[in-house]
Design a protein around this ligand. Structure first.
Ligand SMILES: Nc1nc2c(ncn2[C@@H]2O[C@H](COP(=O)(O)OP(=O)(O)OP(=O)(O)O)[C@@H](O)[C@H]2O)c(=O)[nH]1
Ligand SMILES: [Mg+2]
Length: 256
């Protein structure tokens, strides 16, 4: 990905997302399905250092909070709970636009340990957008009650990103979560996010489109992911990309 200067990144967060960071502060996006404990994680990490408002131009709640760990400061943004980020609803659009264009230093995807299969869908979608993903498997205490065992090491290997088990309501695993966010933000975490493979027709079309997309947008976004959105005929995304990257009609032409 193109490296934005720290100042450009701060300006972009302020102008597009109404988010003010302090110089050198890392940004962390918090995503997950509804009711998986995102706000519990958010509250546990940021304590009283929070403020809430709306996303600019939207009637969707926006909660931001900060915390420090070791020598670093983090601004965490609690995204709306969504099952997907394909932008079928305004909540999904907010979550997706922030992960795509807000360029967080880490995106924490919180999953419910008692229904991993359904929750992994969102994690895999986020992993198509960015490699800077940490998966938090929350509600581990509930999983134990239901006799569900999760092999965290195997899951981490399968996903290719750090996986941290937590029981956030009881404060369990939060230290590990802070440390994982720190390592990812300072660039110490090497990830290799598993990518979904689609049918050969789709994969061929991606191969054809990706270089053209790269010529339009550079490496500001994953060309593979943008190709998938174009193949999907996702007009909302084309509008977002045109808006955030100031691209005029170049991608629109590729889409038709
Ligand atoms: N047993 C248990 N309950 C938890 C845990 N984490 C959160 N909860 C509970 O789960 C419920 C939902 O938690 P929230 O933090 O509001 O979940 P959320 O993901 O922010 O929900 P939405 O913002 O509505 O999508 C609350 O009753 C929490 O107390 C956990 O690790 N274990
Ligand atoms: Mg919440």
């Amino acid at each position: 990905m193109d490296k934005l200067s720290i100042e450009e990144h701060r300006r972009m967060l302020r102008e597009h997302f109404g988010i003010t960071t302090t110089p050198g502060q890392f940004t962390v996006a918090l995503a997950g399905n509804p009711n998986v404990g995102k706000s519990t994680v958010f509250n546990a990490l940021t304590g009283l250092h929070q403020h809430t408002g709306n996303w600019p131009g939207k009637t969707v709640d926006n909660a931001q909070g900060s915390f420090t760990y070791l020598d670093s400061s983090f601004l965490m943004v609690d995204l709306p709970g969504t099952y997907s980020i394909l932008a079928h609803t305004v909540e999904e659009q907010v979550a997706r636009d922030f992960i795509c264009f807000g360029k967080p230093d880490a995106t924490l995807v919180v999953l419910d340990a008692t229904c991993l299969e359904r929750n992994l869908n969102l994690a895999l979608q986020v992993m198509e957008i960015t490699p800077k993903v940490i998966v938090c498997v929350n509600l581990m205490d509930e999983a134990v009650k239901k006799n569900i065992t999760i092999n965290i090491t195997a899951l981490q290997k399968e996903l290719g990103v750090p996986v941290i088990p937590t029981a956030a309501r009881n404060g369990i695993g939060l230290g590990d979560l802070r440390h994982a966010l720190y390592e990812m933000s300072i660039g110490l975490a090497l990830t290799n996010p598993r990518q979904i493979r689609y049918s050969s027709e789709v994969e061929t079309a991606i191969q054809e489109l990706a270089p053209k997309i790269s010529r339009c947008i550079g490496h500001t976004l994953s060309p593979r992911w943008v190709a998938l959105r174009l193949l999907d005929g996702d007009q909302a995304f084309i509008d977002s990309i045109t808006h955030y990257l100031d691209l005029e009609n170049t991608l629109q032409e590729l889409a038709v």
